[in-house]
Structures are given as structure tokens and as C-alpha cells.
Design a protein around this ligand. Sequence first.
Ligand code: HEC
Length: 152
Amino acid sequence: MKQVLLGGACLVLAAIGFARAQTSEESTRPEDFIATRQAGMELQYAVAGDMKRAVAAKLDVHPYKDGADAIVLWSRAIPGLFPAGTDKGHDTKAKPEIWSDRAGFEKAAARLTDAARKLSQAAGSGDKAQFAAAFQATDQACAACHHSYERK
Ligand code: HEC
């Protein structure tokens, strides 16, 4: 009886160990990082697209403060979504330079953070001309990083 219990306990422990190994493995799968960063980029693209239309139509810019704040937060999260080992799979367009020139990549993300902060300030103040200029700088920060670190 004791042996059966012990065997059962071992099985349970083994099952827990297996489940843990599986969860931790799943949460660090390269394709999850890639899917997450691609989804974030697409959301950011949608937010920026709304802003672009607002600038073109000279709309009130106050409603775009939340979007600008989200880009600030997102831009700071970008480097962490490109850990080593996520250079392949899931249709990634990430260039190897992201890892060989890490400082440059982080600087490109920081450039977006700075631009989005100014965008947020402009939206908060409601100054349309300032918002338009900050939007252009933000757009350039996207393009600069893509130019160096995203495959066409
Ligand atoms: C610090 C670098 C960097 C910045 C800044 C950046 N991106 Fe990206 N972006 C990338 C990289 C690298 C990829 C490719 C990711 C992959 O496929 O794994 C990408 C991919 C994308 C994609 C394609 C996503 C998909 O469906 O595969 C879109 C859209 C995009 N970015 C929009 C933007 C916009 C809009 C901005 C600015 C508001 C921006 N990005 C700023 C690096 C950057």
C-alpha cells in the first residue's frame, strides 16, 4: 500500500514537473515573442493611421493623447520583445542587425519614445500645428528603425 501511494505521489510530482516545464517552455517560445511584437506593431500602425487622418483633416487633436501615451509605453517595450533566438520563424521580418547592433536598435526605439512624448504633449495642449510636427517626427522614427532593422 505504502509503495502504491509513493508511486502515485511520484507520478503526481512528475506530472507537476512536466506541466511546469511545458508552461515555462510555452511562455518563452520564439513565435510568441514574434506574434506579440507583430501584433503590437499593427496596433501602433492603426493608431498612427488615425492620427494621420486627423492631421490631414485638421481635426481636434485632444482625443489622440491616449494613443500617443500608448506609443510611448509600447516604444519602451519594443527592445524586450526581440530577445536572442527570435530571429527566425513566424514570418519575422527582423534583420540580424537587431542583435549585432543592439545599441543602435535601442537608440531607434528611444527615438520613437522621445517623438511620442512630444506628440502626447501636443495632443494635451490641443495645438494642431505642434501635433502635426510631432506626428511627422514620430513617423520618421518608425521609418528610420524599419529602414535599418526590418526586412522588406
Ligand atoms: C526600434 C525599431 C522600430 C520602431 C521604432 C518601429 N518599428 Fe515597426 N517594426 C520593427 C521591426 C523589427 C519589425 C519586424 C518585426 C517582425 O516581423 O518580427 C516591425 C514591423 C512593423 C509592422 C509589420 C507588422 C507585421 O504585421 O508583421 C508594422 C505595421 C510596423 N512595424 C509599424 C510601425 C509603426 C507605425 C511605427 C511607429 C509609430 C513603428 N513600427 C516603429 C521595428 C520598429
